[in-house]
Design a protein around this ligand. Sequence first.
Ligand SMILES: CC(C)(COP(=O)(O)OP(=O)(O)OC[C@H]1O[C@@H](n2cnc3c(N)ncnc32)[C@H](O)[C@@H]1OP(=O)(O)O)[C@@H](O)C(=O)NCCC(=O)NCCS
Length: 224
Amino acid sequence: MLEPVKVSKIEIKWNNLASFAMPCPYLIKNRLKEPLFSYKWLKLWAKRVWTFPSLLSLSFRRAYYARGGVRFGNLADMNGAILQGAWSQLSIGSGSFVGRAEIQLLAPVTIGNNVIVNDGVRIITGTHSLESPFFDSINKPITIHDSAWICTAAILLPGVTIGKASVVAAGAVVTRDVPPGQVVAGNPARFVKMRGCDSLAFSPNLLRACYEAWLGNVSTKGRS
Ligand SMILES: CC(C)(COP(=O)(O)OP(=O)(O)OC[C@H]1O[C@@H](n2cnc3c(N)ncnc32)[C@H](O)[C@@H]1OP(=O)(O)O)[C@@H](O)C(=O)NCCC(=O)NCCS
């Protein structure tokens, strides 16, 4: 039995309302504080002003998807993904980032916290029975657990579960469940190695400059 990777708990709370609103209340509440009018204070606020347009566009983007039914955890983001099917079947956990992926939503797609889904990934929930003379549809949910990384152009086929902190290499075609902490690659995706790091302490979406300007580098807090 392979040992799962430990994932540090990063304090971002699930909050549906935040999908529609600016993440401002969270950022303001948890902001870095420096002595008023000090050099550091000025620098911090300059960064906040400079990165405000990207914070704004990120919020509009979330609001657009959330209006269609996508459920976002706090400070999660999806940038340019193409969704097909019922958007309400997609949920994306706190701190996760989904790039320009194609996601078919004929069954639920559940993405955990602090997950990365890179550009070009295809998440496919529907197929057809080869035994059926009527080409019956078969729809199966897909689950991606916390801190997994789905690399560029990987394909996840209906019904698969990606384990906690697993890595699906670029271009891999996943036909079977991936156990926690494993790196899989190729077509069909096969075990390559374990992730090689027995604890993870970062939140991908919080690496963005517009969040760092408010929270500092939350993801790497505790790095000595
Ligand atoms: C998964 C990944 C992170 C592994 O990187 P790594 O730890 O450096 O892996 P290695 O180079 O040691 O590869 C280990 C083995 O897996 C194979 N492998 C790695 N990636 C592969 C891939 N995408 N497809 C097929 N095989 C792959 C290697 O050939 C090697 O096989 P070998 O042991 O027979 O030589 C990397 O391959 C990858 O896919 N990165 C994603 C890049 C990306 O999407 N970037 C965009 C966001 S920044």
